[in-house]
Design a protein around this ligand. Structure first.
Ligand code: COS
Length: 397
């Protein structure tokens, strides 16, 4: 089965993205290993190795450190995630977390930090994780309570990180901690913490409805050297937000992959399933439903490609202007629309749709967390709302 990739002809994309889309679809449909995903952690490790061996993880880092292009390219991330997600949500997850977990190093690392981690990420030799959320700080990042205290030799970290993707299998974590506990978002710094660091315990696995490696990470008097500080002291909140600005558009890409797959499954089912002497596809009710689903997919897709293009164009022009509201719009719309599209596909399948093991049943579980992680839909609404207030009030003056 191959996804329809006619959207790659849109002017948002260059030939490098078009070729990438074709290559990853060919790999995922024919060459990629068939992986037993019953153990999510073992399967994710296998996917990271397979994606590394195939060269696709090179798109997660810049070329100076073993990557595919000079700078991290949002459209490439979107194309890769959209295509991988069409075939395997766990392959998409394994790819995405290598990018998200190392993204802050790409954006703000020293040369030594980049040398130490990015090449290994691109080859699949080191597994990366982004450790921001805490039991009391999910949407409200400024409320995080993990502390990093300066000592003569480095830093001592204490706290609890949770909902950490790749927790338990990561080789290193980009940990966000308070270095000035009373300064809110202006008192947070980032650290690279190796999983082998004394005082780090990532053994608490969190089982979820669409299995993927997720854990709570405890930091108890976890000592890291001065060289572990990532980016400016107390600049961690902005670094986290800049990282999310890039990867939120790619979450939208993954949602598109799920939604496109659901649309294919629904269409094929509608053309084969017979009832009342006709195929399901013969009924106007079905045609209307499929029409709505296709439009929902394309609405999410256009916002996603715009967000990725805007960021890549800003990087190309050397602009420091933030691209924040557009990825938020893309993530919100693509994930919410994908949920609706998948629900409609499941409904069209009738009883088969809820049968454990059917593709639409697993997609129904796979899509759900995308509306929550990397900023829930409500957070995206907040970000977009603030942007509207600031830009439209400026227009009115
Ligand atoms: N890029 C750069 N700087 C940013 C930024 C971005 N995308 N977003 C905010 N900032 C800056 C602001 O300009 C502000 O700077 P100053 O202190 O210099 O004024 C500072 O950061 C604080 O911004 P703001 O006041 O908007 O922060 P809030 O505490 O109101 O938080 C939300 C804003 C809710 C949008 C933010 O906390 C968020 O995105 N939360 C969700 C986090 C998330 O995705 N969690 C999931 C974990 S990852 S799986």
């Amino acid at each position: 089965m191959r996804p329809d990739q006619s959207h790659l002809l849109l002017p948002f994309f260059y030939d490098v993205h078009r070729q990438l889309g074709v290559d990853v679809a060919a790999w995922a449909s024919a060459t990629a290993p068939r992986i037993d995903e019953s153990d999510d952690r073992a399967a994710c490790r296998t996917w990271v190795k397979a994606l590394g061996d195939a060269g696709f993880l090179r798109w997660c880092v810049p070329s100076a450190y073993g990557g595919a292009l000079a700078a991290l390219d949002s459209r490439a991330l979107v194309v890769l995630r959209e295509t991988l997600a069409f075939y395997s949500p766990l392959a998409d997850f394994a790819f995405a977390m290598q990018g998200l977990g190392s993204g802050a190093i790409t954006l703000a690392g020293t040369d030594a930090q980049k040398q130490g981690y990015l090449g290994a990420v691109a080859q699949g030799r080191k597994i990366a994780a982004f450790a921001l959320s805490e039991p009391g700080a999910g949407s409200d990042v400024g409320a995080l309570a993990t502390t990093a205290v300066k000592t003569a030799d480095g830093w001592v970290l204490n706290g609890e990180k949770t909902w950490i993707s790749n927790g338990g299998i990561a080789d290193f974590y980009c940990v966000f901690a308070k270095t000035e506990p009373d300064a809110g978002t202006r008192g947070i710094s980032a650290f690279i913490v190796d999983a082998s660091a004394a005082g780090l315990d990532d053994s608490r696995h969190i089982p979820v409805m669409a299995p993927h490696p997720l854990a709570t990470v405890m930091l108890r008097d976890c000592v890291v050297p001065d060289t572990a500080l990532l980016g400016p002291l107390n600049g961690g909140f902005k670094l986290a937000m800049q990282t999310l600005d890039i990867f939120r558009a790619s979450v939208a890409g993954a949602a598109l992959g799920f939604a496109r797959r659901a649309l294919v499954e629904a269409t094929q089912h509608a053309q084969q399933r017979r009832m009342f002497g006709h195929t399901l596809a013969d009924f106007q009710l079905t045609q209307a439903k499929l029409g709505q689903m296709a439009a929902d997919v394309d609405a999410g897709a256009l916002l996603t490609y715009r967000a990725a293009w805007l960021r890549d164009d800003a990087v190309r022009r050397g602009s420091n202007a933030r691209v924040t509201a557009e990825p938020a719009m893309a993530k919100m719309t693509a994930t919410e629309n994908a949920q609706r599209v998948i629900d409609a596909a499941l409904q069209m399948h009738g009883g088969l749709g809820v049968m454990v093991g059917s593709k639409v049943e697993s997609l129904y579980r796979d899509i759900r967390s995308l509306r929550i992680y990397e900023g829930a839909t409500e957070v995206q609404q907040l970000i977009i709302g603030k942007h509207v207030l600031s830009t439209l009030s400026a227009v009115g003056q």
